[in-house]
Design a protein around this ligand. Structure first.
Ligand SMILES: Nc1ncnc2c1ncn2[C@@H]1O[C@H](COP(=O)(O)OP(=O)(O)OP(=O)(O)O)[C@@H](O)[C@H]1O
Ligand SMILES: [Mg+2]
Length: 378
């Protein structure tokens, strides 16, 4: 880029990027591209002997921005030759948000001046640990051992020495509070949790999600770049095929994740993987030593006792009740609901299923009350 365009590259969530550039009089790169395409589509008629109007001198753009999602709409050619593409626009300042690694590298090579800004993700501090210890009981029923193990596992993140992530594996039966705990830790730090459910991907899509595909396709690296949260939750880690395990070595070791298009440095963040493995031995066998040894801590979640299940159900009933309008609440009796749910809990230990039953029961009572008030027409 022989011109003097000043380039700034930003890595972080979109909301943060928008704040960085909101006071600048910015033009969007995409709008410039669309406007150009429009001009190129215009048909020019040349009448012999008639003087052609001089093309209007275009004013040089001041600040041009490209957001994280914009690169997907550019064609492959504009990405491969991004420097040339920018040269043809020649803005005074260019602001690039979460660009593909290739775009960043080209800018490094060609721009006269380049500045890189990174969002500082919320860190685990002593205060986080205190709020974790004090708030655990009001968010989770039982799992006392989890509380202690987690406090110890989170401690390294509070020290400045730590530069790589802390990687945890939550394991245990379904519906005992694994995802809920991850959510709780994230709420302490703030930002919407980045949660990826690995069972949602079919193998072929999953390969391009992890290793990178066409530059517009969804990818884990790109999701990591766009994330808002300090916690990264990889749900249902046991559902990922073992051919994908090696993709995580570098991320877990050094906090760097690279695919075909993007490169991310996550630094001292918290990565939580969840699974339904039954024991540490089972994890070791299923994941192999290489991956197994990369977890900083394996956190066992115990099945809930009958009493604990009832406590969870009570919380669900009360939470659901509180969401209803005053009119609706008049038709419901929390004690009656609890008594009925107690019967269901005799036969099921699946808290998630019990939660659904609460919903159904409440809806059933409410719909009956509603129809009773509105007599059927003969
Ligand atoms: N120990 C618990 N304390 C409070 N709520 C709980 C507990 N266990 C489960 N729940 C409630 O039950 C529901 C399911 O829990 P959660 O999503 O954490 O299960 P999970 O352990 O992640 O299960 P899975 O392995 O199936 O993903 C949530 O709504 C959660 O609030
Ligand atoms: Mg879960």
């Amino acid at each position: 880029m022989p011109s003097d365009t000043k380039v700034t590259v930003y890595y972080g969530p979109l909301s943060w990027f928008d704040e960085q550039v909101e006071d600048l009089p910015c033009d969007s790169l995409m709008e410039i591209v669309y406007a150009r395409d429009e001009v190129n589509r215009q048909l020019k008629v040349i009448v012999p002997g008639q003087q052609e109007n001089e093309p209007e001198e275009r004013e040089r753009s001041g600040h041009v921005v490209a957001e994280s999602g914009d690169y997907a709409s550019l064609n492959e050619h504009a990405i491969t030759n991004f420097a040339g593409f920018i040269r043809s626009i020649d803005p005074e300042c260019l602001h690039l948000h979460n660009p593909p690694a290739h775009v960043h590298a080209q800018m490094e090579r060609t721009a006269k001046a380049i500045d890189v800004k990174r969002y500082e993700y919320p860190m685990v501090t002593r205060d986080t640990l205190i709020r974790f210890r004090n708030g655990f009981g009001s968010h989770l029923v039982g799992q006392a051992a989890v509380k202690e193990t987690l406090l110890a596992a989170l401690y390294p993140l509070t020290t400045r020495r730590r530069t790589k992530p802390v990687v945890l594996m939550f394991y245990g039966p379904s519906g005992v509070g694994k995802t809920e705990t991850a959510q709780f830790v994230n709420d302490l730090l703030g930002g919407t949790l980045l949660r990826k459910q690995f069972s949602m991907f079919h193998s072929d899509k999953f390969a391009s999600y992890l290793f990178g595909g066409m530059h517009g396709e969804p990818s884990f690296a790109h999701d990591l770049l766009d994330r808002e949260s300090g916690v990264i939750l990889i749900d249902e880690f046991d559902k990922a095929n073992s051919v994908f395990h090696s993709a995580f070595y570098q991320l877990f070791d050094s906090g760097v994740f690279e695919d075909k298009n993007y490169s991310v440095k996550i630094g001292p963040s918290l990565i939580i993987c969840t699974s339904n493995y039954g024991s540490q031995n089972e994890i070791r066998e299923a994941l192999g030593d290489a991956l197994y040894s990369r977890f900083d801590s394996l956190v066992a979640f115990e099945p809930l006792s009958r009493d604990e299940i009832l406590q969870v159900v009570e919380r669900v009933v009360k939470a659901r009740f509180a969401e209803l309008s005053y009119e609706e609440q008049k038709y419901l009796d929390v004690d009656f609901l609890m008594a009925r749910m107690g019967l269901f809990a005799e036969n099921s230990t699946n808290v998630r299923k019990l939660g659904k039953i609460v919903e159904e029961l409440i809806s059933l009572i409410l719909v009956r009350a509603l129809l009773r008030e509105e007599p059927e027409l003969e």
